[in-house]
Design a protein around this ligand. Structure first.
Ligand SMILES: NC(=O)c1ccc[n+]([C@@H]2O[C@H](COP(=O)([O-])OP(=O)(O)OC[C@H]3O[C@@H](n4cnc5c(N)ncnc54)[C@H](OP(=O)(O)O)[C@@H]3O)[C@@H](O)[C@H]2O)c1
Length: 266
């Protein structure tokens, strides 16, 4: 069986297993706090980057470090815990690593020429969150391993969840690609996106990211998966609102019927 052996491994596994229920409460509390805080503070990266948040690093390095942690922690937890790598587990690992491989390796590569910065404190907060998220989602497969025998492959929750996840992932990547092309086609700075779901909402990439992790939550039928989807909403809904308000302030010609996050709704 594939497994990472570390000195004192059994003590570490016992400690991480004992901490698991508490970590879920901490995760839920962080989601609620994030949602409330982001209604008062626009997270200072991207177009909302501003002085007063301490030293900064290049945005591409920041994305590589915070998302690289996310890419590693969940699979490392699964291997550390000695969870059997069945074909089903391989699918879950591929879903996770596919998403975070794109985010940690491809996205920073695509923005490598950018002069954009990000505050180190934002990067560190994201690293902390990604450790918690990777640990809870990885450890779930040890604590609830009995759920995932081969019959899970034909369970409607798995099939529907995977389809929702893939749809979200596709729309997320496509929406990010449309944004990136704006600068290739129109020069530096910000432009009004007019393609794909951007015609309906300010942040279709965020909308799709939330859908993606709802798909993960359904496919794994897990509490950490549900918390991940909940946190993604808590983090990205206020930011979509901030993007929407920013577009309205910045571009007088910004389409009035366009919503912030959910087409036709908000
Ligand atoms: N799961 C989570 O909690 C979470 C949290 C954060 C991000 N994410 C995901 O990470 C990805 C990137 O997030 P983000 O917050 O950087 O998204 P974003 O603000 O929409 O920006 C995405 C990229 O497009 C550029 N861009 C955005 N609007 C533009 C415009 N009107 N004209 C020209 N360029 C534009 C941005 O440049 P600038 O950087 O220069 O603004 C950035 O490089 C998204 O797919 C998001 O869903 C997930």
């Amino acid at each position: 069986m594939l497994r990472i052996d570390v000195p004192g491994g059994s003590y570490l596994i016992e400690t991480l297993t004992a901490f698991y229920p508490t970590s879920l409460w901490i995760y839920a509390a962080i989601g609620v706090c994030t949602f409330i805080a982001l209604f008062f503070i626009d997270a200072p990266y991207g177009r909302h980057m501003r002085a007063g948040w301490g030293p900064s690093i290049s945005a591409s390095l920041g994305w590589f470090m915070m998302e690289g942690v996310a890419l590693l922690v969940m699979p490392v937890c699964v291997l550390l815990a000695g969870v059997e790598i069945t074909p089903l587990m391989l699918v879950f690992l591929l879903m996770w690593c596919g998403h975070y491989g794109n985010r940690a390796l491809c996205d920073p590569w695509r923005m490598r020429d950018s002069t954009k910065q990000m505050p180190i404190v934002i990067m560190l907060m994201a690293v902390f969150y990604n450790i918690l998220n990777g640990y809870t989602n990885g450890w779930h497969f040890l604590v609830n391993n009995h759920m995932y025998d081969n019959s899970w492959f034909t369970d409607p929750r798995f099939i529907i969840g995977v389809l929702i996840f893939l749809t979200g992932a596709f729309v997320n990547m496509r929406s990010d690609q449309i944004l990136r092309r704006l600068r290739e086609e129109n020069g530096p700075g910000y432009h009004i996106p007019e393609k794909g779901l951007h015609r309906y909402v300010a942040s279709p990439n965020y909308f799709a990211e939330i859908i993606e992790w709802i798909g993960w939550a359904i496919a794994t039928w897990s509490l950490p998966g549900a918390l991940f989807a909940f946190y993604t909403f808590c983090n990205l809904a206020p930011r979509a609102g901030a993007h929407h308000a920013w577009y309205q302030r910045t571009f007088p010609e910004y389409p009035r019927q366009r919503k912030a996050l959910i087409p036709y709704v908000w």
